[in-house]
Design a protein around this ligand. Structure first.
Ligand SMILES: [Zn+2]
Length: 372
């Protein structure tokens, strides 16, 4: 048997120099034949201190190299193992600060280009009765709109480049982590229940389905665009051009191989299931949860300042009114009870156990079914 030609290549995309004497790059690993379908795009650590995805993609890369050597890559795969080299460089007093751009105080996962209006205008006379053709037309329009942008700031160019790498992909995964959390998934309704196999394959313990929002997260820049373009042209078939999901890989410190290697295996199997890689993915695991509407998501803020003393751990099913935590004010020796605002699952919390009054400290996914 002759060995297959290896397709792996590495590209370094240089960002504009923001400060004299510095230069940063986005590294892209590509597998498969350019233009082959399906195309999958995965990146990690857009919030730069959310490290588990970086390790997961390292494990995944090893498997992709093996598949590549055996000629098993059917589609095209682009991996960006660390999507935010700017955020990775931000440290204050030994603490990584990769969620917000310290130049502007903007969340790195907000303010992606909103191309919806521009795309709608360009494609208005080009849509047909063929859904696949329409997807191709819209992808071209998105690509052209991205090329026409004149962003100058390093962080804005970073966002532009990430969209240029991913806008024409069939599968788009944005790997994040919370401070401490169960493995969970955010999906826009336009991609649900299509993403059910992803949720089951990666063993998501919480699936939150939203309607998309105009804060233009990376996910919105994909899913909301497809959703709104379809809504604007009800007389033409416009299927979502991509399945885009945010995979929250537990907590930021959950980088160890016993967690991240199985996560990578699951992503590999999902890519097999979706026809990107040849081979059998095995049986699809049972769902570990019912999908929930993001409407029932409660991010709790502290009613008093003090030390957070939890009585319940992550994964605990809380009942409305249940006291699951106290905030201790050591000066007055008082404990302010924290009660659950809704029946649901305690699924994420900040790792710091000190809260200032008004500060976010944990999240409960309410048992709110998705609409429709
Ligand atoms: Zn994040």
């Amino acid at each position: 048997m002759t060995e297959a030609a290896v397709t792996h290549s590495i590209e370094h995309i240089t960002l504009p120099t923001a400060s004299l004497g510095t230069e940063r790059n986005v590294t892209v690993h590509r597998f498969g034949t350019p233009g082959a379908r399906p195309k999958a795009y995965l990146h990690a650590a857009l919030h730069a201190q959310e490290l588990p995805g970086i390790v997961v993609l390292e494990h995944l890369q090893k498997r992709l190299h093996e598949a590549d050597a055996e000629g098993k890559i059917i589609g095209e795969i682009a991996l960006v193992p660390f999507a935010n080299p700017i955020g990775l460089s931000q440290q204050i007093m030994m603490e990584a600060q990769g969620r917000y751009d310290l130049d502007t105080n903007r969340n790195y996962n907000r303010g992606f280009p909103d191309l919806i209006g521009e795309v709608v205008e360009v494609i208005a006379d080009s849509l047909t009765d063929d859904g696949d053709e329409n997807v191709a037309v819209i992808r071209t329009a998105i690509g052209t709109a991205l090329e026409g942008r004149k962003d100058a700031r390093e962080a804005d160019v970073l966002k532009l480049r990430l969209l240029q790498l991913s806008h024409d992909a069939d599968l788009v995964l944005d790997l994040h982590s919370a401070w401490e959390a169960l493995l969970h998934l955010f999906v826009t309704d336009v991609n649900w229940p299509d993403a059910d196999d992803l949720a089951r394959q990666i063993g998501a313990e919480v699936v939150l389905v939203d309607r998309g929002n105009r804060m233009m997260t990376f996910k919105s820049a994909h899913a909301l665009l497809w959703k709104e373009v379809a809504a604007r042209f009800p007389d033409h078939p416009v299927p979502p051009g991509s399945l885009t999901a945010v995979v929250e890989l537990r907590g930021q410190r959950d980088v160890d191989d016993h967690l991240t290697r199985p996560d990578a295996d699951n992503l590999y199997h999902w890519l097999q299931r979706r026809g990107v890689i040849a081979g059998s993915p095995g049986p699809l695991p049972e769902a570990r949860c019912e999908p929930r509407s993001v409407v029932g998501l409660h991010r709790l803020t502290a009613e008093a300042g003090g030390i957070l003393v939890y009585h319940r751990q992550l994964g605990h099913a809380v009942r409305e009114g249940e006291t699951f935590c106290h905030i201790l004010d050591p000066e007055t020796a008082t404990r302010t009870p924290v009660t659950a605002p809704i029946d649901g699952l305690l699924y994420a919390r900040r790792s710091h156990r000190f809260a200032r009054k008004g500060q976010y400290f944990c999240a409960i996914a309410g048992d709110t079914p998705i609409e429709g």
